[in-house]
Design a protein around this ligand. Structure first.
Ligand code: AMP
Ligand code: GLY
Length: 420
Protein backbone atom coordinates (compact mmCIF):
# COMPACT_ATOMS: atom_id res chain seq x y z
CA UNK A 1 0.00 0.00 0.00
CA UNK A 2 0.98 3.64 -0.37
CA UNK A 3 1.20 5.70 2.81
CA UNK A 4 1.22 9.46 3.29
CA UNK A 5 2.64 10.91 6.51
CA UNK A 6 1.70 14.48 7.41
CA UNK A 7 4.22 16.43 9.52
CA UNK A 8 7.90 17.33 9.72
CA UNK A 9 9.25 16.53 13.18
CA UNK A 10 11.17 13.81 14.97
CA UNK A 11 7.84 12.12 15.66
CA UNK A 12 7.08 11.87 11.94
CA UNK A 13 10.58 10.56 11.20
CA UNK A 14 10.07 7.85 13.86
CA UNK A 15 6.67 7.04 12.31
CA UNK A 16 8.23 6.87 8.84
CA UNK A 17 10.99 4.59 10.14
CA UNK A 18 8.49 2.13 11.67
CA UNK A 19 6.12 2.33 8.72
CA UNK A 20 9.00 1.66 6.31
CA UNK A 21 9.63 -1.65 8.13
CA UNK A 22 6.15 -2.92 7.30
CA UNK A 23 5.80 -5.56 4.63
CA UNK A 24 2.42 -4.08 3.76
CA UNK A 25 3.98 -0.86 2.46
CA UNK A 26 5.13 -0.03 -1.08
CA UNK A 27 5.62 3.72 -1.19
CA UNK A 28 5.78 6.31 1.59
CA UNK A 29 5.30 10.02 0.96
CA UNK A 30 5.65 12.79 3.51
CA UNK A 31 4.29 16.33 3.56
CA UNK A 32 6.35 18.37 4.29
CA UNK A 33 8.99 16.09 5.92
CA UNK A 34 12.62 16.98 6.66
CA UNK A 35 16.09 15.91 5.47
CA UNK A 36 16.04 12.63 7.42
CA UNK A 37 12.56 11.66 6.28
CA UNK A 38 13.28 12.49 2.66
CA UNK A 39 16.30 10.16 2.72
CA UNK A 40 14.06 7.33 3.95
CA UNK A 41 10.80 7.68 2.02
CA UNK A 42 9.83 7.74 -1.66
CA UNK A 43 9.43 11.52 -1.72
CA UNK A 44 8.61 14.56 0.40
CA UNK A 45 6.53 17.49 -0.84
CA UNK A 46 6.60 20.95 0.60
CA UNK A 47 2.85 21.63 0.66
CA UNK A 48 1.23 23.79 3.30
CA UNK A 49 -0.24 21.31 5.79
CA UNK A 50 -3.18 23.64 6.50
CA UNK A 51 -4.21 23.47 2.83
CA UNK A 52 -6.29 20.32 3.26
CA UNK A 53 -7.71 20.46 -0.28
CA UNK A 54 -4.21 20.09 -1.76
CA UNK A 55 -3.51 17.18 0.58
CA UNK A 56 -6.74 15.47 -0.46
CA UNK A 57 -5.85 15.99 -4.13
CA UNK A 58 -2.37 14.63 -3.52
CA UNK A 59 -3.75 11.54 -1.76
CA UNK A 60 -6.07 10.90 -4.70
CA UNK A 61 -3.51 11.44 -7.44
CA UNK A 62 -0.79 9.33 -5.76
CA UNK A 63 -3.29 6.54 -4.92
CA UNK A 64 -2.60 6.84 -1.20
CA UNK A 65 -4.20 3.97 0.77
CA UNK A 66 -3.53 5.39 4.21
CA UNK A 67 -2.73 8.87 5.55
CA UNK A 68 -1.14 9.19 8.99
CA UNK A 69 -1.42 12.64 10.56
CA UNK A 70 1.33 13.56 13.06
CA UNK A 71 0.63 17.06 14.46
CA UNK A 72 -2.38 18.39 16.36
CA UNK A 73 -3.17 21.49 14.30
CA UNK A 74 -4.49 19.72 11.18
CA UNK A 75 -6.38 17.22 13.39
CA UNK A 76 -8.08 19.96 15.39
CA UNK A 77 -8.87 21.77 12.12
CA UNK A 78 -10.68 18.68 10.83
CA UNK A 79 -8.30 17.10 8.29
CA UNK A 80 -9.71 13.64 9.11
CA UNK A 81 -13.29 14.72 8.33
CA UNK A 82 -12.18 16.12 4.96
CA UNK A 83 -10.30 12.94 4.02
CA UNK A 84 -13.17 10.70 5.14
CA UNK A 85 -15.67 12.78 3.16
CA UNK A 86 -13.62 11.91 0.07
CA UNK A 87 -13.54 8.22 0.97
CA UNK A 88 -9.84 8.30 1.89
CA UNK A 89 -8.48 6.15 4.73
CA UNK A 90 -6.88 8.29 7.39
CA UNK A 91 -5.44 7.69 10.87
CA UNK A 92 -6.38 10.21 13.55
CA UNK A 93 -9.41 11.54 15.40
CA UNK A 94 -12.06 13.60 13.61
CA UNK A 95 -12.66 17.25 14.44
CA UNK A 96 -15.15 16.56 17.20
CA UNK A 97 -12.90 13.99 18.90
CA UNK A 98 -9.83 16.20 18.48
CA UNK A 99 -11.47 18.69 20.85
CA UNK A 100 -9.84 16.58 23.56
CA UNK A 101 -6.68 18.56 22.74
CA UNK A 102 -8.21 21.50 20.88
CA UNK A 103 -10.09 22.72 23.93
CA UNK A 104 -8.77 22.19 27.44
CA UNK A 105 -12.20 23.22 28.71
CA UNK A 106 -13.90 20.53 26.62
CA UNK A 107 -11.53 17.86 28.01
CA UNK A 108 -11.91 19.15 31.56
CA UNK A 109 -15.73 19.13 31.37
CA UNK A 110 -15.68 15.54 30.13
CA UNK A 111 -13.35 14.48 32.96
CA UNK A 112 -15.49 16.23 35.55
CA UNK A 113 -18.78 14.89 34.20
CA UNK A 114 -17.51 11.31 34.39
CA UNK A 115 -15.56 11.67 37.67
CA UNK A 116 -12.20 10.91 36.11
CA UNK A 117 -9.40 12.17 38.38
CA UNK A 118 -7.99 15.57 37.35
CA UNK A 119 -7.05 18.92 38.91
CA UNK A 120 -9.94 21.09 40.11
CA UNK A 121 -10.47 24.09 37.90
CA UNK A 122 -12.58 27.11 37.04
CA UNK A 123 -13.33 28.57 33.63
CA UNK A 124 -13.11 32.31 32.84
CA UNK A 125 -13.98 34.30 29.76
CA UNK A 126 -13.34 37.69 31.29
CA UNK A 127 -10.24 39.38 32.78
CA UNK A 128 -11.95 40.96 35.80
CA UNK A 129 -13.53 37.74 36.97
CA UNK A 130 -10.24 35.86 36.59
CA UNK A 131 -8.45 38.58 38.55
CA UNK A 132 -11.09 38.49 41.25
CA UNK A 133 -10.59 34.72 41.57
CA UNK A 134 -6.83 35.16 41.87
CA UNK A 135 -7.23 37.84 44.55
CA UNK A 136 -9.56 35.68 46.63
CA UNK A 137 -7.50 32.48 46.45
CA UNK A 138 -4.06 31.24 47.39
CA UNK A 139 -1.24 30.57 44.89
CA UNK A 140 0.22 28.58 43.18
CA UNK A 141 -2.18 28.77 40.24
CA UNK A 142 -2.00 26.95 36.94
CA UNK A 143 -3.37 29.15 34.17
CA UNK A 144 -4.23 27.53 30.84
CA UNK A 145 -5.33 29.04 27.57
CA UNK A 146 -8.25 26.96 26.33
CA UNK A 147 -7.11 26.40 22.74
CA UNK A 148 -3.97 25.26 20.93
CA UNK A 149 -0.94 27.37 21.78
CA UNK A 150 2.01 25.34 20.45
CA UNK A 151 2.83 24.07 23.94
CA UNK A 152 3.08 27.58 25.38
CA UNK A 153 -0.44 27.95 26.76
CA UNK A 154 0.18 26.62 30.29
CA UNK A 155 1.53 29.07 32.85
CA UNK A 156 2.42 28.14 36.41
CA UNK A 157 2.20 31.13 38.73
CA UNK A 158 3.70 30.80 42.20
CA UNK A 159 2.48 34.25 43.26
CA UNK A 160 -0.49 36.51 42.57
CA UNK A 161 1.44 39.05 40.47
CA UNK A 162 2.62 36.37 38.04
CA UNK A 163 -0.91 34.97 37.89
CA UNK A 164 -2.25 38.45 37.11
CA UNK A 165 0.34 38.84 34.31
CA UNK A 166 -0.65 35.46 32.87
CA UNK A 167 -4.35 36.26 32.69
CA UNK A 168 -3.43 39.68 31.26
CA UNK A 169 -1.41 37.88 28.57
CA UNK A 170 -4.54 35.94 27.62
CA UNK A 171 -7.32 38.52 27.91
CA UNK A 172 -5.66 41.93 27.45
CA UNK A 173 -2.50 41.33 25.39
CA UNK A 174 -4.22 38.48 23.51
CA UNK A 175 -0.91 36.64 23.31
CA UNK A 176 -2.66 33.42 22.30
CA UNK A 177 -5.26 35.12 20.09
CA UNK A 178 -8.52 33.12 19.93
CA UNK A 179 -6.91 30.24 21.88
CA UNK A 180 -6.76 32.49 24.96
CA UNK A 181 -10.30 33.83 24.75
CA UNK A 182 -11.25 31.42 27.49
CA UNK A 183 -8.97 30.43 30.33
CA UNK A 184 -8.86 27.65 32.89
CA UNK A 185 -7.41 28.37 36.30
CA UNK A 186 -6.45 25.09 37.82
CA UNK A 187 -5.28 23.71 41.12
CA UNK A 188 -1.51 23.09 41.17
CA UNK A 189 -0.63 19.41 41.44
CA UNK A 190 2.76 17.99 42.24
CA UNK A 191 4.25 14.60 41.49
CA UNK A 192 5.99 12.61 38.80
CA UNK A 193 4.60 12.95 35.29
CA UNK A 194 4.16 10.20 32.76
CA UNK A 195 2.74 10.01 29.26
CA UNK A 196 0.54 7.06 28.34
CA UNK A 197 -0.32 6.92 24.66
CA UNK A 198 -3.04 4.51 23.55
CA UNK A 199 -4.33 3.24 20.24
CA UNK A 200 -8.10 3.71 20.13
CA UNK A 201 -10.48 2.41 17.44
CA UNK A 202 -13.69 3.90 18.79
CA UNK A 203 -14.51 0.79 20.82
CA UNK A 204 -11.25 -0.59 22.14
CA UNK A 205 -8.36 1.16 23.84
CA UNK A 206 -4.89 -0.40 23.71
CA UNK A 207 -2.45 1.47 25.95
CA UNK A 208 1.21 1.54 24.90
CA UNK A 209 4.27 1.27 27.08
CA UNK A 210 4.71 4.42 29.23
CA UNK A 211 7.18 7.19 28.49
CA UNK A 212 8.44 10.27 30.24
CA UNK A 213 9.52 13.46 28.56
CA UNK A 214 11.63 16.38 29.71
CA UNK A 215 9.91 19.68 29.01
CA UNK A 216 12.44 22.22 30.35
CA UNK A 217 15.32 23.40 28.25
CA UNK A 218 18.15 22.96 30.79
CA UNK A 219 19.43 20.18 33.04
CA UNK A 220 17.70 19.79 36.38
CA UNK A 221 14.40 20.99 34.83
CA UNK A 222 15.59 24.59 34.70
CA UNK A 223 14.69 27.27 32.16
CA UNK A 224 11.78 27.64 29.79
CA UNK A 225 9.31 24.99 28.67
CA UNK A 226 10.05 23.47 25.27
CA UNK A 227 8.32 20.99 23.00
CA UNK A 228 10.42 18.38 24.82
CA UNK A 229 14.18 17.89 25.18
CA UNK A 230 14.27 14.12 25.53
CA UNK A 231 12.32 11.08 26.65
CA UNK A 232 12.72 7.56 27.85
CA UNK A 233 10.64 4.41 27.92
CA UNK A 234 9.47 2.42 29.84
CA UNK A 235 8.94 4.30 33.14
CA UNK A 236 9.97 2.33 36.24
CA UNK A 237 7.40 4.02 38.53
CA UNK A 238 4.65 2.62 36.29
CA UNK A 239 4.66 -0.90 37.70
CA UNK A 240 2.14 -3.47 36.43
CA UNK A 241 -0.11 -2.53 39.34
CA UNK A 242 0.09 1.21 38.59
CA UNK A 243 -0.57 0.47 34.92
CA UNK A 244 -3.70 -1.44 35.93
CA UNK A 245 -4.87 1.47 38.09
CA UNK A 246 -4.32 3.94 35.25
CA UNK A 247 -6.18 1.71 32.82
CA UNK A 248 -9.14 1.07 35.10
CA UNK A 249 -9.44 4.54 36.68
CA UNK A 250 -8.51 6.78 33.77
CA UNK A 251 -8.16 5.22 30.31
CA UNK A 252 -11.22 2.95 30.18
CA UNK A 253 -13.49 5.54 31.85
CA UNK A 254 -12.29 8.13 29.32
CA UNK A 255 -13.15 5.85 26.40
CA UNK A 256 -16.56 5.14 27.97
CA UNK A 257 -17.12 8.86 28.49
CA UNK A 258 -16.31 9.59 24.85
CA UNK A 259 -18.63 6.82 23.67
CA UNK A 260 -21.37 8.04 25.95
CA UNK A 261 -21.04 11.50 24.43
CA UNK A 262 -21.43 9.98 20.97
CA UNK A 263 -17.78 10.64 20.04
CA UNK A 264 -16.11 7.94 17.97
CA UNK A 265 -12.48 8.42 18.89
CA UNK A 266 -10.02 6.83 16.47
CA UNK A 267 -6.28 7.31 16.49
CA UNK A 268 -3.85 7.85 19.35
CA UNK A 269 -5.07 9.30 22.62
CA UNK A 270 -2.21 10.65 24.70
CA UNK A 271 -2.91 11.05 28.42
CA UNK A 272 -0.50 13.34 30.28
CA UNK A 273 -0.70 12.06 33.86
CA UNK A 274 0.69 13.15 37.20
CA UNK A 275 1.13 10.87 40.22
CA UNK A 276 -0.16 12.81 43.17
CA UNK A 277 -0.40 11.58 46.76
CA UNK A 278 -4.08 10.96 45.89
CA UNK A 279 -3.20 8.73 42.94
CA UNK A 280 -2.80 9.38 39.22
CA UNK A 281 -4.64 12.36 37.73
CA UNK A 282 -5.01 13.69 34.20
CA UNK A 283 -3.09 16.89 33.37
CA UNK A 284 -4.00 16.97 29.71
CA UNK A 285 -4.95 14.95 26.68
CA UNK A 286 -3.32 15.12 23.29
CA UNK A 287 -4.93 13.59 20.24
CA UNK A 288 -1.78 12.28 18.55
CA UNK A 289 1.57 10.65 19.15
CA UNK A 290 3.74 12.66 21.56
CA UNK A 291 6.95 14.30 20.47
CA UNK A 292 9.58 13.29 21.70
CA UNK A 293 7.90 10.32 23.45
CA UNK A 294 7.32 8.56 20.13
CA UNK A 295 11.06 8.58 19.45
CA UNK A 296 11.54 6.56 22.68
CA UNK A 297 8.46 4.33 22.25
CA UNK A 298 8.52 3.17 18.63
CA UNK A 299 12.08 1.72 18.73
CA UNK A 300 10.68 -0.65 21.42
CA UNK A 301 7.56 -1.68 19.49
CA UNK A 302 7.81 -5.20 18.04
CA UNK A 303 4.47 -5.12 16.16
CA UNK A 304 4.07 -3.94 12.61
CA UNK A 305 2.88 -0.35 13.11
CA UNK A 306 0.88 -0.34 9.88
CA UNK A 307 -0.97 -3.42 11.05
CA UNK A 308 -1.97 -1.57 14.23
CA UNK A 309 -2.93 1.58 12.34
CA UNK A 310 -5.05 -0.49 9.95
CA UNK A 311 -6.75 -2.09 12.96
CA UNK A 312 -7.58 1.37 14.33
CA UNK A 313 -8.96 2.61 11.02
CA UNK A 314 -10.95 -0.59 10.39
CA UNK A 315 -12.13 -1.01 14.00
CA UNK A 316 -10.33 -4.34 14.65
CA UNK A 317 -8.15 -3.33 17.56
CA UNK A 318 -9.69 -5.87 19.95
CA UNK A 319 -7.83 -8.61 17.98
CA UNK A 320 -4.45 -6.99 18.61
CA UNK A 321 -1.89 -7.29 21.36
CA UNK A 322 1.06 -4.93 21.68
CA UNK A 323 4.50 -6.44 22.08
CA UNK A 324 7.51 -4.53 23.38
CA UNK A 325 11.21 -5.16 23.40
CA UNK A 326 12.60 -5.60 26.91
CA UNK A 327 15.36 -3.09 26.19
CA UNK A 328 15.07 0.45 27.49
CA UNK A 329 15.09 3.38 25.12
CA UNK A 330 16.60 6.79 25.82
CA UNK A 331 16.10 9.60 23.32
CA UNK A 332 17.96 12.92 23.56
CA UNK A 333 17.04 16.04 21.58
CA UNK A 334 19.82 18.10 20.01
CA UNK A 335 18.55 21.65 19.71
CA UNK A 336 19.70 24.96 18.26
CA UNK A 337 21.23 27.12 21.01
CA UNK A 338 18.66 29.75 22.04
CA UNK A 339 15.64 27.48 21.51
CA UNK A 340 12.78 27.81 22.61
CA UNK A 341 13.45 31.52 22.05
CA UNK A 342 15.39 32.99 19.11
CA UNK A 343 17.99 30.84 17.40
CA UNK A 344 19.86 30.74 14.09
CA UNK A 345 19.63 27.97 11.52
CA UNK A 346 21.42 26.88 8.34
CA UNK A 347 24.44 25.31 10.09
CA UNK A 348 25.91 22.16 8.66
CA UNK A 349 25.37 19.04 10.79
CA UNK A 350 28.55 16.97 10.90
CA UNK A 351 29.06 13.36 11.96
CA UNK A 352 25.70 11.87 10.94
CA UNK A 353 27.36 9.15 8.83
CA UNK A 354 29.27 7.87 11.89
CA UNK A 355 25.99 7.10 13.68
CA UNK A 356 24.71 4.92 10.84
CA UNK A 357 27.14 2.19 11.87
CA UNK A 358 26.36 2.34 15.59
CA UNK A 359 24.39 -0.59 16.95
CA UNK A 360 21.08 0.22 18.65
CA UNK A 361 21.14 3.92 17.63
CA UNK A 362 18.35 5.59 15.65
CA UNK A 363 18.66 9.18 14.50
CA UNK A 364 15.33 10.92 14.01
CA UNK A 365 15.52 14.28 12.30
CA UNK A 366 13.32 17.20 13.37
CA UNK A 367 14.36 20.66 12.09
CA UNK A 368 16.75 19.68 9.31
CA UNK A 369 16.94 20.35 5.58
CA UNK A 370 19.34 19.98 2.67
CA UNK A 371 21.50 22.88 1.46
CA UNK A 372 24.07 22.37 -1.30
CA UNK A 373 23.90 18.61 -0.73
CA UNK A 374 24.62 18.97 2.99
CA UNK A 375 22.27 18.41 5.93
CA UNK A 376 21.80 21.69 7.80
CA UNK A 377 19.84 22.84 10.83
CA UNK A 378 16.41 24.25 10.04
CA UNK A 379 14.55 24.48 13.35
CA UNK A 380 14.69 24.71 17.14
CA UNK A 381 14.75 21.00 17.78
CA UNK A 382 17.14 19.54 15.23
CA UNK A 383 17.77 15.84 15.91
CA UNK A 384 16.66 13.09 18.28
CA UNK A 385 19.27 10.47 19.14
CA UNK A 386 17.49 7.33 20.38
CA UNK A 387 19.44 4.46 21.90
CA UNK A 388 18.33 0.99 22.99
CA UNK A 389 20.15 -0.72 25.84
CA UNK A 390 19.66 -3.57 28.25
CA UNK A 391 19.51 -1.03 31.10
CA UNK A 392 18.77 2.70 31.25
CA UNK A 393 22.44 3.26 32.07
CA UNK A 394 23.55 1.40 28.95
CA UNK A 395 20.98 3.17 26.73
CA UNK A 396 22.03 6.52 28.17
CA UNK A 397 25.73 5.83 27.61
CA UNK A 398 25.06 4.78 24.02
CA UNK A 399 22.93 7.86 23.31
CA UNK A 400 25.53 10.26 24.70
CA UNK A 401 28.42 8.43 23.00
CA UNK A 402 26.57 8.88 19.70
CA UNK A 403 25.96 12.57 20.45
CA UNK A 404 29.72 13.02 20.90
CA UNK A 405 30.11 12.29 17.20
CA UNK A 406 27.65 15.02 16.13
CA UNK A 407 28.50 18.67 15.76
CA UNK A 408 26.71 21.78 14.61
CA UNK A 409 27.20 25.41 15.57
CA UNK A 410 25.49 26.34 18.90
CA UNK A 411 24.29 22.76 19.50
CA UNK A 412 22.50 22.42 22.84
CA UNK A 413 21.22 19.33 24.60
CA UNK A 414 20.37 18.17 28.09
CA UNK A 415 22.90 15.87 29.73
CA UNK A 416 20.52 14.43 32.29
CA UNK A 417 17.97 12.52 30.18
CA UNK A 418 17.04 9.29 32.00
CA UNK A 419 19.63 10.01 34.68
CA UNK A 420 18.66 8.64 38.09
P1 AMP B 1 -0.33 20.49 29.76
O1 AMP B 1 -0.10 21.06 28.39
O2 AMP B 1 -1.68 20.71 30.33
O3 AMP B 1 0.23 19.10 29.98
O4 AMP B 1 0.69 21.29 30.65
C1 AMP B 1 2.05 21.33 30.38
C2 AMP B 1 2.81 21.09 31.64
O5 AMP B 1 2.37 22.00 32.64
C3 AMP B 1 2.55 19.71 32.25
O6 AMP B 1 3.36 18.72 31.68
C4 AMP B 1 2.90 19.97 33.69
O7 AMP B 1 4.28 19.94 33.90
C5 AMP B 1 2.40 21.36 33.90
N1 AMP B 1 1.02 21.36 34.46
C6 AMP B 1 -0.15 21.35 33.78
N2 AMP B 1 -1.19 21.33 34.63
C7 AMP B 1 -0.68 21.32 35.86
C8 AMP B 1 -1.25 21.29 37.18
N3 AMP B 1 -2.56 21.31 37.38
N4 AMP B 1 -0.40 21.28 38.23
C9 AMP B 1 0.93 21.30 38.04
N5 AMP B 1 1.53 21.33 36.85
C10 AMP B 1 0.74 21.34 35.76
N1 GLY C 1 5.73 15.75 24.56
C1 GLY C 1 4.59 16.56 24.66
C2 GLY C 1 3.74 16.58 23.48
O1 GLY C 1 3.90 15.83 22.54
O2 GLY C 1 2.82 17.39 23.47
Amino acid sequence: MNVLIVGSGGREHALAYKISQSEKVDKIFCIPGNAGISSLVTACFDYDVSDVKSLVNFAKSELIDLTVVGPEVPLVNGIVDEFEKEGLRVFGPNKKAAQMEGSKIFAKRLLEKYNIPTAKSFVFDDYDKALDYINKNTPPFVIKADGLAAGKGVMIASDKNTAEESVKDCFIKRKFKEAGKKVLIEEFLSGDEVSILSFVDGETILPMTPAQDYKKVFDGDKGLNTGGMGAYSPVPIVTDEVYETITSQILLPTLDALKNEGIIYKGVLYAGLIFTSDGPKVLEFNVRFGDPETQAILPRLKNDLVDLIDAVVDGNLSDKKLEWRKEKCVSVVLASGGYPEDYSTGYEIKGLEKLEKMDGISVFHAGTSFKDGKVVTAGGRVLNISALGSSFEEARKKAYAAINEIYFENMHYRKDIAKT
